[in-house]
Structure formats: structure tokens, C-alpha cells
Design a protein around this ligand. Structure first.
Ligand code: UDP
Length: 238
């Protein structure tokens, strides 16, 4: 039940890459289903959950502009990619008995609601997962920054950043076996050391607004619930 949880209203940032699984591109239905199963457990226990989904498994604006595309145009394509991921998540959530709403920062009324902060909060209070699509709706931003922004707006207890590693390290743990993992680290240290946890805009937004973040390994089943119960998995950034 909700009392077991340290964090009762949370925002989960899922990168597009997380949805691609081992195939590295597109949406792996097995990954999305495993995720929905984990999410069903915490939502049925009463945790209020908003999800910001990325789009890097389909398209990244920076990659497009590196190929000569206009950057803003490429970023809009990236934002549309996040909408596809959001709809795939919603489909899977529904099949696992989780009620959800997709709210898009770019109006797409046939498939989503517009992002309206007060309405998003109402959905959360009613136990619906709010899947936030299309980033901030503005080019030159990322979905990490979207996650930080919405975390502040929706007054969540923590931002959960799902990754494929078990926290924040002082060096790349894959390339360097001696890399040290932090249990806790301050946002200022993340910025000063240039650690790639989130981009600098997202990091400073969380720092300025005192939103704690947990960086954890999504590939371990049950980790979302463990992190929300306050178990020491991953790294807490605050
Ligand atoms: N994007 C954007 N504005 C936003 C959020 C995202 O322009 O507010 C675009 C940007 O091109 C980005 C793409 O959407 O590359 C996909 O988002 P992101 O790269 O953050 O996804 P992730 O890395 O989390 O999969």
C-alpha cells in the first residue's frame, strides 16, 4: 500500500533507448510489457505516476541536424517520435489494467489530450498514469529537461531517471572497471564534474527547485518499486 512508499507522487523519465531493448531501435514489445507490469504494481499500491518518454529510439533532432536538416525541423520530428512511444506505453499500460492518459505538448487531439497542468494533477489524484509526450513542445530542448520541468510543475516527490546502469559513476563503468559509483551526489557536483546524468539545463532546473532525483537500473525487475520504497539502489542526486 502507499504507506510502504517513501515517494508517493513521482515522475519517471524513460529514454527512448530504454524502450528499444537490445534491438537498439524502435519499440521492443517485451520491454514495454515488462515495464507495464512493474508500473501496474506501484500504481495499484496507490503511487501517483507521471511518465516523460523520450524519442531517441526513433529520431533525435541533433542527429538529423548533423545530416544537414534544419535543427528546429529535426527537433519537431524528434518530438513526434516521443508521441509514438507514448501511445505504445499507453497500449501496454491498458493491457495491464493501468488507467492512463497521454498529454502532448504539441496538440494532437485525435490521439492525446493537450498538456494542461491542472488536468494532469487531477488524473494523478484519480490514480491514472499521465504519459507526457512531445517534450516541452519547443525545439532545442530535450526530454530530460521536460522531465525536470514537469517534475517541478507537478510537484512530485522525486524524479526517477531510468537507465541501463545502476547509478552515477565518476567514469564510464563499461570502459573503466575502477569507476566509482556514488550513493548520493549533489547537483552542483554533477555540474562541476561534468557527469552525464542529465543535460545541464535539466540538472540546474532540478537543483534550483530542490527536486531529488534517483538514477537507477531499469533492467532489474522490481527496481522501480524498490527505489520508491527508499531502498538504496542507484544514486540519489539532490
Ligand atoms: N525534443 C525537442 N524538445 C523537447 C524534447 C525533445 O526538440 O522539449 C526533440 C529533440 O530533437 C530530441 C528528441 O525530441 O532529440 C527526442 O528526445 P530525447 O533525445 O530527449 O529522447 P531520449 O534521449 O530520452 O530518448
Amino acid at each position: 500500500m502507499a504507506d510502504e512508499y517513501k515517494y508517493k507522487r513521482v515522475l519517471l523519465k524513460l529514454s527512448g533507448e530504454a524502450l528499444a531493448g537490445d534491438q537498439g531501435y524502435g519499440i521492443d514489445p517485451k520491454v514495454v510489457d515488462d515495464l507495464a507490469e512493474q508500473i501496474a504494481d506501484i500504481v495499484h499500491d496507490g503511487v501517483q505516476l507521471a511518465v516523460v518518454v523520450g524519442g531517441g529510439n526513433i529520431f533525435r533532432g541533433l542527429a538529423g541536424s548533423a545530416e544537414g536538416m534544419d535543427r528546429a525541423q529535426a527537433d519537431y520530428i524528434g518530438m513526434l517520435a516521443t508521441v509514438m512511444n507514448a501511445l505504445a506505453l499507453q497500449d501496454s499500460f491498458e493491457r495491464h489494467g493501468v488507467f492512463s492518459r497521454v498529454q502532448s505538448a504539441i496538440n494532437m487531439q485525435e490521439v492525446s489530450e493537450p498538456y494542461i497542468r491542472r488536468r494532469a494533477i487531477r488524473h494523478l489524484e484519480k490514480g491514472r498514469v499521465v504519459i507526457l509526450a512531445a517534450g516541452t513542445g519547443n525545439p532545442y530542448f530535450t526530454t530530460d529537461t521536460t522531465a525536470a520541468l514537469r517534475a517541478c510543475e507537478l510537484d512530485v516527490d522525486c524524479l526517477m531517471k531510468a537507465t541501463k546502469v545502476d547509478g552515477v559513476y565518476d567514469a564510464d563503468p563499461v570502459a573503466n572497471p575502477d569507476a566509482h559509483r556514488f550513493d548520493r551526489i549533489s547537483y552542483m557536483d554533477v555540474l562541476n564534474r561534468g557527469l552525464h546524468v542529465m543535460d545541464a539545463t535539466a540538472t540546474s532546473l532540478c537543483m534550483d527547485n530542490h527536486v531529488p532525483m534517483i538514477v537507477f537500473d531499469l533492467t532489474v525487475p522490481g527496481n522501480i518499486s524498490r527505489a520508491l520504497k527508499g531502498e538504496a539502489i542507484g544514486t540519489t542526486v539532490e
